[in-house]
Design a protein around this ligand. Structure first.
Ligand code: SAH
Length: 481
């Protein structure tokens, strides 16, 4: 129960100072307090905290409160490992113990599947479908990709870091606790080069200057590192000096690494999008390679690749287990990216067909299949909701799959796609999702049309952040005749 006084008209007013007990956490990890049915969201507070806060916005059914003081800290509260955790928009849950983060993520999945999906799923209990979330052994320095904006601070000093939550102000931070330690060495070298040769950073207000972002990708299993400068132009001055500087860096403090790719990405648009469509290579190759299990993947600056390699292996192993392959199955991997899951499954299936909307990713997928000597795969470029119904029509309604894998972006699957998937009568559907709410919506659609939710498991790819990945297994209720 909230300890704050009930304001007049059952809702509080802007600028009210309240004492609140945090009873829950919202979708983005923010604290939730309730005053007689009225919900208040308190950023940076967690379940179990008692806080003093100021009402910033009061709507009819809910309001937003700014945290002023923690009166009694929650038993789950911990000291953030990062000194700029609160200003920086990168992490939302550093002040919450990792065990509690996992528990909250599991509840979030179960809640969505219950409320939106109409499923009887209970986190933490031994009900049929919910399995224990897969957490990280070490929830720090896990990311293999970072994009640091570059700019000037108020003193006119060149800085790189992260944007403060919901703003474009750069919080200087080279030593990020969720990024790979080599980032710091590379950023220092790039900033030094920029200072030495007076290379200007990009100013997004004036749409002037050159260096916009520093993109770093690390193949944690191969030790290959890519440095890619996103620039507002065609070339950078003193290119050779930059390349020599980067290639002579000593990474011995952060593992056996070597820079095998230095590139430029050209983005001359006035846009919030970080990357432009064109890439040119300054040194080495235009991509790095990394492995998941026995498969090697080629990753270029523009391709999607999961950001947490250790957890990705667990996620794909779970997808493989749920797919229940024996070697005889035809599998469709929809939203396949660079063919990561497709190739993982192809080792155990008769044939895998992948569909992906980004043509460059499809090229990478084809190349990755060749690189690994995998011949039983085929990839199609286009929107899954166009390609799959078209293939089904072409086949005169005979197209079938034994297993369908769905791994859509946050907005989930298009109904036109799900409709065709149901017609293809797969025995099993493995749904890999980065948004429990759209997952639950799609699970409901499938369960209303002959499928049954059998297994659910969360996988924490984004420790300290509020996102969570889920894998679900659905079975067809009636067997094919
Ligand atoms: N399964 C892959 C990629 C998952 S991310 C992996 O694990 O690496 C989702 C992918 O869906 C992205 O590659 C994105 O480009 C693609 N995508 C987005 N909308 C799509 C659509 N309508 N049809 C097909 N692919 C789409």
């Amino acid at each position: 129960m909230a300890k704050g006084k009930k304001p007049e008209n059952a809702a509080c007013q802007k600028n009210d100072i309240l004492t609140l007990e945090i009873v829950d956490m919202g979708n983005q990890g923010e604290g939730v307090a309730r005053i007689e049915g009225y919900t208040l969201f308190v950023k940076d507070a967690i379940t179990g905290d008692v806080v003093r806060g100021k009402v910033m916005k009061a709507r009819k059914h809910f309001g937003y409160v700014k945290l002023l003081e923690i009166l009694t800290p929650s038993p789950y509260r911990v000291e953030p490992a990062c000194p700029v955790a609160r200003q920086c928009g990168g992490c939302q849950l550093q002040h919450c113990s990792y065990e509690k983060q996992l528990e909250w993520k599991e509840e979030k999945i179960a809640n969505c599947l219950r409320r939106i999906g109409g499923q009887s799923v209970f986190a933490g209990s031994d009900s049929v479908v919910m399995e224990a979330i897969m957490g990280m052994e070490q929830p720090s320095h896990y990311r293999n990709k970072a994009q640091f904006p570059v700019g000037m601070n108020q003193e006119g000093k060149l800085v790189a870091g992260f944007y403060a939550g919901r703003t474009h102000r750069i919080v200087e931070n080279r030593d990020c606790m969720i990024q790979h330690p080599c980032n710091q060495i590379l950023i220092d070298a790039v900033l030094e080069y920029m200072e030495e040769y007076r290379v200007p950073s990009y100013d997004e207000v004036a749409h002037q200057g050159l260096v916009r972002h520093i993109l770093i990708r690390v193949g944690v299993h191969t030790g290959e590192v890519m440095l890619c400068l996103v620039i507002n132009g065609k070339r950078i001055p003193h290119e050779k000096e930059l390349v020599d500087k980067i290639l002579s860096l000593d990474f011995s403090t952060s593992g056996a690494l070597r820079v095998t790719s230095i590139c430029l990405n050209h983005n001359t648009e006035r846009t919030n999008a970080i990357l432009g469509q064109k890439v040119s290579v300054l040194s080495g190759r235009g991509y790095i390679e990394d492995c998941i299990g026995d498969i090697t993947y080629r990753i270029s600056p523009l391709s999607f690749y999961q950001v947490n390699p250790k957890q990705t292996k667990k996620l794909y192993d779970t997808a493989l287990e749920y797919a229940g392959l024996t070697g005889n199955e035809v599998v469709w991997d929809l939203y396949c990216g660079i063919g990561t899951i497709s190739l993982f499954l192809a080792q155990r299936a008769k044939r895998v067909c992948g569909v992906e909307i980004v043509p460059r990713a499809v090229e990478d997928a084809i190349e990755n299949a060749r690189l690994n000597g995998i011949g039983n795969v085929e990839f199609f470029a286009g929107a899954a909701e166009d390609v799959v119904p078209a293939k089904y029509e072409e086949s005169g309604g005979t197209l079938r799959a034994d297993v369908v894998v769905l791994d859509p972006p946050r907005k989930g699957c298009d109904a036109a796609l799900l409709e065709t998937v149901v017609r293809m009568e797969p025995e099993r559907i493995v749904y890999v999702s980065c948004d429990p709410a759209t997952l639950a919506r799609d699970v409901k659609y499938l369960c209303d049309r002959g499928y049954e939710l059998k297994r659910v498991r969360g996988c924490d790819m984004f420790g300290m952040g509020y996102h969570v990945e889920t894998v679900c297994l659905l079975h067809r209720r009636e067997k094919r005749i």
